[in-house]
Design a protein around this ligand. Structure first.
Ligand SMILES: Cc1ncc(C[n+]2csc(CCOP(=O)(O)OP(=O)(O)O)c2C)c(N)n1
Ligand code: SF4
Length: 342
């Protein structure tokens, strides 16, 4: 740490966008504030050469999450992966992009397999080896949900990471229980009187995880990778069941430009549609405030899965319903600075 850095840290808090790129090294912040990605000896858990689409939010989120977990465990990490895009694009047989021991489970049992791995490490007298399970929103909120709830309920020593791209992308963009209302998918076409996904359906697995009372639950986004790394590091410092739900735009499934991945992830947060919060032992301990709420149209418009909303008067009424969901989140998680908030 040099004198200039100390002075800056002592006098002002730097905004995320002032810190320079992660790879350059966040030179404006002190060493302890620098991202894992800024380090020359970062693990690069997910190496280049994998086959994700250009601009894939899931690939970005996974690289940062697993790098942070590897650093937090001194590389004593085993990852279990449900079937889905992340599994398919990283491990076309006989190749792999992973720089850590990695197992492909079935589509629906990653949480159970990871529980078994953690138990095996304990029996072998290797408690320093930690376990992560990861999967898409389909593998997590739908088919893997029973195994996940069991892992939570038994408080198994696993961090489960859900990469939420809001549909079953790997098999051609089918609806999951994390698909947002009005979104067009292959199974919720933009046709008929109420085009796209049905309002009032779906579930919030982060909330359900909180209801299990497990030691740690958090939501994160690829729009704030520093925060994502912090949450993974915190989770790996805790034993027992932990859950991290990361919002990861998918250019192919959302019909968005590959260069818009980070912008869309940020707009999801700033509109209130994807609240960032942390919870410990069943209690919400904090949420990330929004400086200025943006209208949901700003988030919806660049995505072709919502194009039908902008094509008719009826669609405009449905945008108001989406706005109401965002406003509800803002109030529920106290996302805007209000009098009396810290
Ligand atoms: C039991 C079972 N049913 C269906 C499939 C086919 N399948 C493979 S990947 C996938 C979709 C994965 O979606 P998601 O979990 O959301 O991950 P994403 O690909 O979006 O990252 C499906 C349906 C399977 N492999 N196993
Ligand atoms: S379909 Fe979506 S999640 Fe899958 S690799 Fe492409 S961008 Fe990533």
């Amino acid at each position: 740490m040099n004198d200039r850095t100390i002075t800056m840290d002592a006098t002002q808090k730097l905004h995320f966008y002032q810190k320079g790129t992660f790879t350059v090294g966040n030179r404006l912040v002190s060493e302890e504030q620098r991202a894992v990605q800024a380090s020359a000896d970062r693990s690069n858990a997910l190496t280049c050469g994998h086959r994700a689409c250009q601009g894939c939010g899931e690939a970005l989120g996974a690289r940062f999450a697993i790098d942070a977990a590897m650093r937090a465990t001194d590389n004593n990490l085993i990852a279990v992966n449900a079937t889905g895009c992340l599994e398919v694009f990283t491990t076309p047989y006989p190749e792999t992009s992973w720089q850590t021991p990695w197992l492909h489970s079935l589509f629906g049992n990653a949480a159970a397999v990871a529980t078994g791995v953690a138990a095996a490490m304990r029996v072998k007298g290797r408690p320093e080896v930690r376990t992560i399970a990861q999967g898409g929103d389909g593998g997590t909120t739908d088919i893997g949900f029973g195994c996940l709830s069991g892992m939570f309920e038994r408080n198994d020593d696993v961090l489960y990471i859900c990469y939420d791209n809001e549909a079953y992308m790997n098999t051609g963009v089918q609806r999951s229980s994390a698909t947002p209302p009005a979104a067009r998918t292959a199974t919720t076409p933009a046709m008929g009187r109420a085009p796209g996904n049905v309002f009032g359906t779906g579930k919030s697995v982060p909330k359900i995880a909180v209801a299990h009372g497990i030691p740690y639950v958090a939501t994160a986004t690829v729009a704030d990778l520093h925060d994502l790394e912090r949450k993974v590091t915190k989770a790996m410092g805790i034993h027992g069941a932990r859950y991290l739900h990361i919002h990861v735009p998918c250019p192919l499934g959302w019909g968005s430009a590959s260069h818009d991945t980070i912008r869309l992830a940020r707009l999801a947060v700033e509109s209130g549609l994807f609240p960032l919060f942390e919870a410990e032992h069943g209690v919400i301990t904090g949420s990330q405030k929004i400086r200025r709420q943006v209208p949901v149209e700003d988030y919806l418009k660049p995505q072709r899965r919502f194009a039908h909303l902008f094509a008719s008067e009826e669609g405009k009424k449905r945008i108001k319903l989406v706005q109401a969901i965002a406003d509800h989140n803002i109030a529920e998680y106290r996302l805007l600075d209000q009098e009396g908030d810290a």
